[in-house]
Write a protein that binds this ligand. Structure first.
Ligand SMILES: Nc1ncnc2c1ncn2[C@@H]1O[C@H](COP(=O)(O)OP(=O)(O)OP(=O)(O)O)[C@@H](O)[C@H]1O
Ligand SMILES: [Mg+2]
Length: 266
């Protein structure tokens, strides 16, 4: 199953969730692949790799697709602590530019990942903070979308544009795309019971959006772990956030099962 972790708003925790959810799923014995689809390459760095040193990346894979060659994604696989990774590089910006004018450029990632689908239980795609061609590629390749959110009103307001894009992708490119749900990230406990938070919850429910029961608290340890290039499980194995990510992973697996039974619900 391919899961796009998407939100065009910057800094909501897409990359943090991909690394640590990936590591948690791996601890649950799942075969996990992380794909860095952001030219900023934050996921690559958070996995302990230098983007400049990568001869093969998602950019070279999609570059081969653009030239009509075999994408050969196996060549770009790297072993990292959170699982397997296809890294990113700055060249991905150039690839995005070319995809815009390529015939069926929306399908480049979906086609490129095809040879890997049977080899992994879950493929998590880290999207850039935009609704451009790269995010559309992720939505086209995905079975489901996971939406990290900060528990603030402005963060929820930005969802309309994301849902509009998801709707268009469903109609025109990928009818089986589901919305798996939204995850509150960087939650401060004392804010959870405020009027604002309660209003947020009801506005999400009105949209029919599933909100994950597990939330990720605000903690500087997550930032420190990503600077070290490690999942929180390796950086601070006893930290309470490890337990939260394991709970989140179980909830994701449960939602994934449910999605299979009712493909259009979300
Ligand atoms: N729960 C959290 N508590 C504290 N800091 C966090 C938390 N989640 C993420 N951060 C920090 O916030 C910053 C943004 O997070 P992250 O890079 O995961 O967001 P993003 O949505 O991927 O950003 P971008 O849109 O730029 O790709 C990072 O420095 C990260 O370490
Ligand atoms: Mg990111």
């Amino acid at each position: 199953m391919v899961v796009a972790v998407a939100n065009q708003k910057g800094g909501v925790g897409k990359t943090t969730i991909v690394v640590n959810l990936g590591a948690a799923l791996r601890r649950l014995k799942k075969r996990v692949l992380l794909v860095d689809l952001d030219p900023q390459a934050s996921l690559t760095v958070a996995c302990g790799l230098e983007p400049e040193d990568q001869e093969e990346s998602i950019a070279t894979v999609m570059g081969r697709w653009l030239r009509g060659e075999e994408p050969n994604p196996e060549a770009a696989l790297r072993r990292v602590r959170a699982g397997s990774l296809i890294p990113s590089s700055l060249e991905l910006s150039g690839v995005e530019f070319e995809l815009v004018t390529a015939l069926a450029g929306e399908r480049a990632l979906a086609d490129s990942l095809l040879p890997l689908k049977g080899k992994f239980d879950l493929i998590l795609v880290d999207c850039p903070p935009s609704l451009g061609m790269l995010t559309v590629n992720a939505l086209c390749a995905a079975d489901a979308v996971l939406i990290p959110l900060l528990p603030h009103y402005l963060s929820i307001k930005a969802l309309s544009a994301l849902f509009e894009t998801i709707g268009k992708v469903r109609t025109r490119l990928n009818p089986s795309l589901q919305v798996m749900g939204a995850i509150f990230n960087a939650v401060e406990e004392r804010l959870l019971h405020t009027k604002e938070a309660l209003e947020l919850l009801s506005s999400l429910e009105e949209r029919g959006l599933y909100l994950f029961k597990t939330t990720i608290k605000k903690t500087v340890r997550l930032r420190e772990a990503s600077v070290e290039g490690e999942p929180i499980f390796d950086f601070m194995p006893k930290h309470e956030t490890c337990q939260a990510f394991l709970e989140l992973a179980k909830e994701v697996l449960k939602r994934a099962q449910k999605g299979k039974a009712h493909p259009r619900q979300g």
